[in-house]
Design a protein around this ligand. Structure first.
Ligand code: ADP
Ligand code: MG
Ligand code: MG
Length: 882
């Protein structure tokens, strides 16, 4: 026979903490406290299983009804009181409680069991008529509101009228007569609204309240909350029926809520609020201003000391900060709830390290107590959580952190303002590599178009620059120097604030709080390093980022993109000369000018990563990206022609236009790029390999240990890799011979096309390592252009076609499956082949877990995400042991 009802109370408890799925969080917590000998008013929990069964057919089995009936009998015997008794009635509360605490579920009903008759009994018994009618009017209004769905305002306004009528300020000034009169009027409201009398049979009251709790599982608020928090719809809620205790019995009574430690800072100090002579939700409802918990010691010292002891006991038992609720009735303390307390990011870190120091938890547990989101928040300046904000638009939360600055519309303006020491937010339709300087100079970036891996997003994350992208509600009017957003006009140099963690755009200046890696967070990350087996590298393409990432714990570079090295004022002319070159010879000549600059870059990067592997990807993007825009050129041509220029510039511009036209591709992402470029123009890769190897040789000569890993992009056919590899090795050997140095270099490939994964056994023959480029792999697997997804992915998500943006969270089912093929085929040829992931997914928690599960050796992510990856990698190891 199934057990549907679990009792709790001193010496009669059936449940325990581990039965949370069945009893709900509240029921399990009450049972566990009773087991620990902590004073809890007795009661019983009807299981979540009953909820599920009830919701199917809106009725209960005989067995359930029988067990509830027995539990009521038992509760009556235990209290030596009966429901509805006219001399000394038993009153109960009816409380909902799902597995996880869930706003949106039914509110608690207090003082159930009062009727026109039993209220007299209560008044007589305690010799306090005012108290009895205070309970009664509370009960009728709560029942009306929570169980019958009558707007609480209807009751509230009657209280207000009464207070006016009697010329008093506070509820506590209402006397017995007034409260009695209110109870009568409240019953009138119910009759009027519902067409039936307020039930005068406590068993009927109880059954209606229980039904209402179960029904509330499916109310719209609860459904929405579950959807947002990925909570299973099939769990159901439990119902707790508990003997009432009264905090409203005078000055030695009261009620409060508290945390065993400060949930905001983590400080080990009792934290909470209480109200004397109050009941239930008065504290949170803001009816009166509650007092700080410390002062309770002066008012009801015995109960306070007992409360402090209980908190210690609870922490020692649950080994975590607890969020508790209590009531004191005439000096006697009762605990009504305990659960793991919610905490801020800062508190999570402090609590975890403190508790290790106190011997309460071990390091492994501490590492699981800090969440990836916590680190994300801690690493970026953020908006004061207490600030009141008016969010005017939302885009994609592309790069976390908050930023405040004056609006500018061009990269140059951002740079100019920065020189003057002004803070800016760069607002662009979208950004391109030419905007990098402006992005670096600005505090943050907003783009109108683009997805989570758009240029602005990737660069923003790389720089640790807050970024909101794809904010389609904004329309920029550059001519008038303003943008419009949902009815607001924002002019150039007006202040805006953005929150890259939520995608919010706010007009005006919002106060920010600073970020830092404090000693506690350092400890957590060190412990994570001791636990994890998955390596963590960074994506960095300049010495500053590499150095930063190393400080944040990166164990090498997993992706050094070389295309950014082709930008910059002194380089662009040589790059353009190379692209404009008519033949190989002139191309080599232009490349020669670039060689020393590239070498300089590699020297810097190698230095900051000394002793650690550095994976360098040879040039990947199509060449036209380095030429000016066609429209820009056309405009220039018109200008020159109008001015009657005779310096020959016209012809020059025409030539560039011709080249732009000839390089133009319909689908550049699928066009002449990656190793295709290297094969058609081998001299480009030759120059890059020379620069890499010369830098490596020189530093080796200085006594450093340098480990270059040269990576070929966009390989789909084994011969592409074979040919490129041969070329790379020839050049590498040549440079080493010239310099008289031997270097342990590797040549590997990106796996970023489905074909590459599928023929990975062939490709592995030619590769020293694999790196999964999950951005392109997602793009080519889905056939989604990553720069255009913001047009339809949000709609897909709303329609439930896909859950996440696949460029933000790796698609395990599709892209992940292709990766698995690549891994197993690759390792079938070379069992020890080193493999990593270097897409943006390398810093996303779910994707990191996945990378661990499928047996990758490392993940590589932007510098600011390195600490998150370290933490999550350790959590993966811990999970896999369970
Ligand atoms: P929530 O889940 O919204 O916190 P609870 O079921 O914990 O709702 O109830 C809210 C408040 O009602 C409690 O904090 C407590 O003050 C009061 N309460 C609930 N049950 C009782 C009871 N049996 N006796 C006295 N007060 C109670
Ligand atoms: Mg509660
Ligand atoms: Mg790629």
């Amino acid at each position: 026979m199934s057990k549907f009802v679990y009792f709790f109370g001193k010496d009669v408890t059936d449940g325990k903490a581990s039965m949370r799925d069945l009893l709900g969080g509240k029921g399990a917590g009450l049972a566990e406290m009773a087991n620990l000998g902590i004073p809890v008013p007795p009661g019983f929990t009807i299981t979540t299983e009953v909820c599920v069964l009830y919701l199917e057919g809106k009725k209960y089995s005989e067995e359930v009804l029988k067990q509830v009936e027995e539990a009521i009998d038992k509760l009556e015997t235990l209290n030596n009181k009966k429901l509805g008794d006219t001399e000394d009635p038993l009153l109960v509360s009816v409380r909902s409680g799902a597995r996880v605490s869930m706003p949106g579920m039914m509110d608690t009903v207090l003082n159930l069991g009062l009727t026109d008759k039993s209220v007299l009994g209560l008044a007589n018994k305690v010799n306090d008529e005012r108290f009895a009618y205070d309970c009664y009017r509370r009960f009728i209004s709560m029942f009306g509101d929570v169980v019958l769905g009558i707007d609480f305002e209807k009751f509230e306004s009657l209280i207000e009228d009464k207070k006016k009528e009697l010329k008093v300020e506070s509820d506590t000034d209402l006397d017995a007569k007034a409260l009695k009169d209110l109870a009568e009027r409240f019953k009138g409201v119910i009759k009027l609204e519902k067409g039936f009398e307020f039930p005068q049979d406590p068993k009927v009251q109880l059954q209606m309240a229980i039904d209402a709790v179960f029904d509330s599982w499916n109310n719209p608020r609860a459904i929405t909350y579950r959807k947002l928090n990925e909570i299973d719809d099939s769990w159901g809620t439990a119902v707790n029926v508990q003997t009432m205790v009264y905090g409203n019995r005078g000055n030695t009574s009261g009620t409060g809520v508290a945390f065993t430690r400060n949930p905001s800072t983590g400080e080990r100090k009792f934290f909470g609020e209480y109200l004397i002579n109050a009941q239930g939700e008065d504290v949170v409802a803001g009816i009166r201003t509650p007092d700080f918990i410390d002062t309770l010691g002066n008012k009801i010292p015995e109960a306070y000391n007992q409360l402090v002891d209980i908190c210690k006991k609870l922490e020692a038992h649950f080994k975590d900060m607890q969020d508790i609720e209590f009531t004191i009735q005439e000096g006697k303390l009762y605990m009504l709830q305990t659960r793991t307390g919610k905490r801020t990011a800062a508190a999570a870190v402090k609590l975890a390290t403190d508790m290790v120091a106190e011997g309460l938890i071990d390091k492994e547990t501490a590492v699981t107590r800090v969440k990836a989101e916590h680190i994300d928040l801690l690493l970026h300046p953020r908006i004061d959580p207490n600030a009141k904000l008016e969010v005017v638009a939302k885009g994609l939360p592309a790069s976390p952190g908050a930023a405040v600055g004056k609006v500018v519309f061009t990269a140059e303006a951002a740079e100019e303002m920065a020189e003057k020491g002004e803070k800016t937010i760069l607002v662009r339709t979208e950004t391109s590599p030419e905007d990098i300087g402006g992005m670096a100079a600005a505090q943050g970036v907003i783009t109108v178009r683009g997805g989570m891996t758009s240029h602005a997003a990737v660069v923003g994350r790389g720089m640790g620059k807050p970024c909101v992208v794809g904010c389609g509600d904004i329309s920029i009017d550059t001519k008038s120097g303003l943008f419009m957003v949902n009815g607001h006009t924002v002019k150039e140099h007006d202040y805006v604030t953005i929150d890259g963690s939520t995608g919010s755009v706010i007009i005006g200046k919002v106060e920010l709080i600073d970020a830092e890696i404090n000693e506690d967070l350092k400890k957590i990350l060190q412990w994570a390093d001791e636990i994890r087996t998955l390596g963590v590298r960074t994506n960095a393409d300049n010495p500053a980022d590499a150095g930063l990432a190393r400080e944040l714990g990166a164990e090498g570079i997993g992706l050094c993109r070389t295309e950014h090295m082709f930008f910059g004022e002194e380089r662009i002319p040589a790059v353009r000369e190379m692209i404009m070159a008519e033949d190989e010879k002139s191309r080599r000549k232009a490349l020669k000018k670039l060689l020393p600059m590239q070498k300089e870059d590699f020297l810097g990067i190698f230095r900051s990563m000394e002793g650690l592997p550095v994976t360098i990807r040879l040039l990947d993007p199509p060449l036209h990206e380095f030429l000016p825009d066609k429209e820009e050129l056309d405009a220039k041509l018109r200008e020159l022609e109008a001015s009657g220029d005779s310096s020959g510039k016209i012809n020059e511009v025409k030539k560039v236009i011709q080249r732009v036209v000839s390089l133009k591709e319909i689908n550049p992402m699928l066009g002449h790029r990656g190793c295709r470029l290297g094969i058609t123009y081998p001299e480009i890769y030759d120059m890059q390999v020379r620069a890499i190897m010369e830098a490596a040789c020189e530093l080796t000569n200085e006594g450093m240990k340098i480990t270059p890993e040269i990576m070929i992009p966009l390989v789909g056919l084994v011969k592409e890799l074979a040919i490129t590899r041969e070329e790379v090795c020839k050049m590498a050997e040549k440079v080493m011979a010239e310099k008289g140095v031997k270097i342990d270099y590797k040549v590997g490939t990106m796996i970023e096309l489905p074909r590459a994964a599928i023929v990975a056994d062939q490709i592995a023959q030619e590769a020293d390592f694999f790196s999964f480029g999950t951005n392109d792999l997602t793009q080519t697997t889905f056939g989604f252009s990553r720069d255009d997804v913001s047009k339809f992915v949000p709609i897909y998500q709303k329609a439930g076609i896909i859950e996440h943006d696949p460029f933000a969270v790796l698609d395990q089912e599709g892209v992940g499956e292709i990766m698995k093929i690549g891994i197993s085929k690759g390792r079938s040829v070379k069992p020890d082949l080193k493999m990593g992931i270097c897409g943006e997914h390398g810093g996303e928690p779910r994707s990191i877990h996945f990378a661990y599960d499928i047996g990758l050796n490392y993940v590589s992510c932007s510098p600011y995400r390195v600490p998150i990856a370290r933490l999550v990698a350790a959590q993966s190891t811990i999970d896999s042991r369970k």
